[in-house]
Design a protein around this ligand. Structure first.
Ligand code: FMN
Length: 347
């Protein structure tokens, strides 16, 4: 199950709650659940009602979820998240969000008062970057305490780490900007820091190399060389997996775009690859058979089908998810999609 923000941690401390226990338990049949993006610090937040993994109360909340999923025989990794410039001053008492450079992504931020235009963020100082590396480390430590099987570093979809990678968002002239090695540096510093608190084999990394015209990201001539470098270098780590997204939009006519991510990176990356975005059961089976990925992550299909794996197995019909309730508070459209067993019981 792919990571999906569902914005149900609607309380002051952004603490995971009982409704979230039900949601994840219903989906334990996925084999491996990767949780919704969970902010590593107060600074890392950028969407309303998303859970965190930096406070003691949050750790206690997540413990109930990991236990319930384990009791059902599932495994669960938590996605560690810092949104960088995708945040909004409304989350920070009017202070600016932080980013590699002071460049507005010109997108929308989902604030407590609804969608608002993003602002020009404040560029991080080097000591602040080091603090963020430590925040990732602490979050990973908390995740272990909360009983997670592992963590996934969210380095995709236009959030902080992705902002460092792309030369249109990162115009720094210090050791965190300029060359591809410098733009990728923070990811490897985070990996090295997290390795100190948990086994490498329990760390996953998520990348979306061909994200274009979304979340403030555009492709340019630096994109492919940067990702080739990052993915090659990830071979130096014994990670649980590398989680890659195929392009979210059609980039076949976009200059500097790689439109076949699994195909390009399978020969380069030596460890496990999870592939995602737009997969059906058939497409998923094909990519595995072709040898271009080891696992497939399903996102939106898991919203409407808590027992998606069982439905695939039985060739059962899939339920349609309601987009209007993806991020709304409350149980509606969250924990009320029935499993096949529940459908039969009701009939
Ligand atoms: C409601 C929703 C929330 C999402 N939140 C996250 C998130 O927190 N972290 C992340 O990496 N991707 C997130 N995604 C992207 C999904 O993980 C996945 O990449 C995307 O849905 C495409 O896969 P699919 O076609 O199987 O749905 C989200 C997607 C949806 C639909």
């Amino acid at each position: 199950m792919a990571p999906m923000t569902r914005s149900r941690a609607a309380n002051d401390g952004n603490v995971p709650n009982d409704m979230m226990v039900t949601y994840y338990t219903q989906r334990a049949g996925a084999g491996l659940i990767i949780t919704e993006g969970s902010q590593i610090s107060k600074q890392g937040v950028g969407y309303v009602n998303t859970p965190g993994i930096y406070s003691a109360a949050q750790v206690e909340g997540w413990k109930k979820i990991t236990k319930a999923v384990h009791d059902e025989g599932g495994k669960i990794f938590i996605q560690l998240w810092h949104v960088g410039r995708m945040s909004h001053p409304d989350f920070h008492n009017g202070e600016l969000p932080v980013a590699p450079s002071a460049i507005n992504p010109n997108d929308k931020s989902y604030t407590p008062q609804g969608f608002k235009d993003t602002v020009t963020p404040r560029a991080l100082t080097i000591p602040e970057i080091q603090d963020i590396v430590q925040d990732f480390r602490n979050a990973a430590k908390n995740a272990m305490e909360a009983g997670f099987d592992g963590i996934e570093i969210h380095a995709s979809n236009g959030y902080l780490l992705h902002q460092f990678f792309v030369s249109t968002a990162n115009t720094r002239t210090d050791e965190y900007g300029g060359s591809k090695e410098n733009r990728a540096r923070i990811l490897f510093e985070i990996l090295d820091a997290i390795k100190e608190v948990m086994p490498e084999e329990r760390i996953g990394v998520r990348l979306n190399p061909s994200l274009h015209d979304a979340f403030g990201i555009t492709l340019n001539e630096d994109t492919i060389p940067t990702y080739d470098y990052i993915i090659e270098k990830l071979n130096n780590y014994k990670l649980a997996y590398l989680h890659l997204s195929e392009p979210f939009t059609d980039v076949s006519n976009v200059p500097h775009a790689e439109s076949q991510i699994a195909k390009r990176y399978r020969p380069i990356y030596k460890g496990n690859i999870i592939i995602n975005a737009g997969f059906t059961q058939e497409k998923g089976n094909n990519v595995i058979e072709e040898g271009n990925a080891d696992m497939v992550a399903f996102g939106s299909l898991y919203i409407g089908n808590p027992d998606l794996a069982e439905r695939f197995e039985q060739g059962a019909e899939l339920q349609q998810a309601d987009k209007n309730t993806f991020y709304t508070p409350g149980p509606e459209g969250y924990i009320d999609y029935p499993s096949l067993v529940e459908v039969e019981e009701r009939a």
